[in-house]
Write a protein that binds this ligand. Sequence first.
Ligand code: RFL
Ligand code: PHB
Length: 394
Amino acid sequence: MKTQVAIIGAGPSGLLLGQLLHNAGIDNIIIERVTPDHVLSRIRAGLLEEGFVEMVKEAGVYDRMGKEGLVHDGFEIAFDGQIRRIDLKKYSGGKQVVVYGQTEITKDLMDARDASSAQTVYEVSDVEIHDPKTDSPYVTYTTKEGNHERIDCDYVAGCDGFHGVSRKTIPENMRTEHEKLYNVGWLGVLSDTPPISDELIYGTSDRGFFLCSMRSETRSRYYVDVTMEEKVEDWSDHRFWEELKSRLPESIRGNLVTGPSIEKSIAPLRSFITEPMQYGHLFLVGDAAHIVPPTGAKGLNLASSDVNYLYRIMLKVYKENKPEAIEQYSKLCLKRIWKSEHFSWWMTTMLHKLSDNTFELGVQKSELDYFTGTETGLRVIAENYVGLPYDEVE
Ligand code: RFL
Ligand code: PHB
């Protein structure tokens, strides 16, 4: 097979990039390790920055998001027995965020791709990227029927997540990896119950962190932090709801509506960046290049900013005949990524009990008081939470 851009991975990064390129007349093929249903079964992100929403509009898949997405002007932070509101709209110059599940975006993108002539091959194995440092790289893989295939291309977009093959294709001595582990995970529950509040509530308590989020007016998503030794099998629905209740401020505890869980999982908290994000004609996009702890809601949103940069660079290459445009990819992406990594790390350290040191706990409380209680502090949280602007591609 032959194409212009070979895309590895049909998660949100790969599908969004594929749709944008296809609409622009840039040929691409997506290969994916698992089935579409498997991709859709992963319950993950739920909160989208304006930049992401704009990309979805540009890709022409905004219809359902426009109807079903919940627009939020603010969120709340609970600590020390009180609840403080972060007025995102007021402190970010009018910006808002949208609650719409990653599963739904992925489904919309899959439907759009199915309706187009663009090719997606699911259930592939043995994926290998060859000659990425040359002008004619190629990708080989085995189909589910056992056939060995080859895609010749101009560029490879590695959108294959944290455990994919793309990052590992870059020789170890050509990349630097930065990592921080927090030794806690988020235990998440999805349930068909009305959300406890109209807005998201992040909170810290003596028993630990909690987040009350949602997917719709009738579907809630809740999280509590747990140690890395905890196993999801040991968490019955009853135990989860009791734990969440014990962490909620008394003033809202009575509003919690509980019910059977539809999904329950534990995700470890990790910060990770690999530099550079490009090796010749291979580009790393989204979770393949970086991971953030979910506290700032930045993972999927960072994937969209990488897609934005790569898409605009590909337009330069194919529409303006500027192949040298590819050289800016890594630098452009990383500038924004480091800032979001910082925000996610900061929100995580401010809202989780990561130490028993009473000095650190005292500082944490005063930090929360300052940042949720002053105009300057509220502006810092709001500007970062709604998402920093994308830079221009030259
Ligand atoms: P994905 O979604 O991991 O998709 C990668 C795809 O590549 C496939 N793949 C391969 N395909 C072919 N060959 C191979 N060798 C392959 N190896 C892997 C995989 O099967 C998969 O389909 O990466 P992508 O597209 O970069 O998207 C990233 C997002 O999924 C991720 O950043 C977010 O989910 C993170 N995240 C959140 N982000 C937000 O912006 N807002 C949020 O509110 C938010 N909440 C979250 C989150 C992540 C969470 N977990 C579980 C880590 C909440 C949680 C709990
Ligand atoms: C979610 O709804 O899953 C969610 C929302 C905000 C976050 C993380 C996860 O910061």
